[in-house]
Design a protein around this ligand. Structure first.
Ligand code: NAD
Ligand code: DAU
Length: 355
């Protein structure tokens, strides 16, 4: 471990990014932490509120496609690590408007890699520099119910514009290690959940719709399977990979918690009935509504995380039951966080997807 580090966290005002920024600042208070985030619809400065007072913390509003900004920031801050989480992250939006996904996820990642390569080369290629590229299990495509879980050697088979753009960015991160020896690392993680999750994604959307007595839209037959990981477990895994991972390697990260969508929605309804007994619609299960399926909807994701476990000693600590309980309670306790997110833009998006 090499500290103090001077780390840029891209996408640090988003869901996983902000959890990671809090995690890193708590764990390594002596490090210089620079958040670079464009503050798209998914970026929210309120996620970082309590950090404004912290010495050694800086927020920069900027775009990862802006090479001049990147060059200046890397030089001025003498950065030695990047944790790259900035992305367009939502599959349904990628179906409606794929162009933004190519721009940020592919061109943005390439621009960041180029800037970091030149910065690293200008300092005689220090061996402790790190570029962590945070990616998704969706690059591996879809599994049948009896297929083995995704491993790091599973061939890429992305099915959505989102996963295709993430696959492209993964290939660039890999190529920069093999071509230039830039110390890049890639992680491919399953579905996260927890605080600060934007209400377009399944879990926060269902929680908030229950609180508003709105219908709970389940795509298709509700039998699609996702592997759920509490976001703090993901943050610990990213820390582990930055500090102990082998440059040039890929690590799969998963919660070992495969759940069918419809079962997950029932679990959320049970928790809401228990934790918010005064809601007008009870039991909230009656709000469940099957709606038309997502085009190209992947049937099942499952992660074989044995490499990060055996080589780096990371395992998830949270169970789905306990993690969901904490998450539901968080949305109950933070209406001032989620209410402002239900903007006109959000309503327009909602009408398009759930028309
Ligand atoms: P998010 O959508 O909540 O946040 C993305 C952040 O990136 C936002 O703050 C946004 O403002 C910022 N951003 C977008 N475009 C930008 C640009 N051009 N320049 C600078 N900043 C920009 O996403 P998330 O769910 O927190 O995901 C973070 C990363 O983790 C993504 O790379 C995603 O692919 C990956 N990932 C997510 C999950 C998950 O379940 N959410 C699972 C595995 C991997
Ligand atoms: O697997 C990792 C990926 O997980 C990340 O790379 C993505 O950034 C993240 O968004 C997430 O992708 P998913 O498409 O799996 O997540 P989402 O929350 O959109 O949907 C989870 C499942 O629930 C999926 O099978 C679709 C379904 N769903 C989703 C919504 C929003 C519904 O049935 N109804 C809904 O309204």
């Amino acid at each position: 471990r090499r500290h103090p580090r001077r780390i840029i966290i891209t996408g640090g005002a988003g869901f996983i990014g902000s959890n990671f920024v809090h995690y890193w600042c708590d764990r390594y208070p002596e490090d210089r932490v620079i958040v670079l985030d464009a503050l798209t619809y998914a970026g929210n400065l309120r996620n970082l509120e309590s950090l404004e007072e912290r010495p050694n913390f800086r927020f920069v509003q900027g775009d990862i496609c802006d090479r001049l900004l990147l060059d200046a920031l890397l030089k001025q801050e003498k950065v030695d690590a990047i944790a790259h989480l900035a992305a367009e992250s939502h599959v349904d939006r990628s179906i409606l408007s794929p162009g933004a996904f190519v721009r940020t996820n592919v061109v943005g990642t390439f621009t960041l890699l180029e800037a970091f390569r030149h910065h690293w080369e200008a300092h005689q290629k220090p061996s402790h520099y790190r570029f962590l590229h945070v990616s998704t299990d969706e690059v591996y495509g879809s599994l049948g119910s009896d297929d083995p879980a995704f491993s790091e050697t599973t061939p890429y088979a992305p099915n959505s514009p989102y996963s295709a753009s993430k696959a492209g960015s993964d290939h660039f991160a890999r190529a920069y290690y093999h071509t230039y020896n830039l110390p890049t690392l890639i992680t491919n993680c399953s579905n996260n959940y927890g605080p600060y999750h934007f209400p377009e994604k399944l879990i926060p959307l269902m929680c908030i719709n229950i609180l508003l007595s709105k219908s709970l839209p389940v795509y298709g037959d509700g039998q699609n399977v996702r592997d759920w990981l509490y976001v703090e477990d993901h943050c610990r895994a990213l820390d582990t990979v930055i500090h102990q991972g082998q440059p040039g390697e890929t690590y799969n990260i998963g919660g070992n918690n495969e759940v069918k969508n419809i079962d997950l929605v029932h679990m959320l309804c049970d928790l809401m009935d228990e934790l918010a007994p005064d809601l007008p619609v009870r039991p909230c299960h009656q709000l469940i509504t099957y709606v038309k399926d997502r085009p190209g909807h992947d049937r099942r994701y499952a992660i074989d995380a044995s490499k990060i476990k055996t080589e780096l000693g990371w395992t998830p600590q949270e169970t789905v039951a306990a993690g969901l309980r904490k998450t539901v309670q968080w949305y109950l306790d933070h209406p001032n966080w989620w209410r402002p997110l239900l903007s006109e833009e959000y309503q327009a998006y909602y009408r398009k997807v759930y028309a």
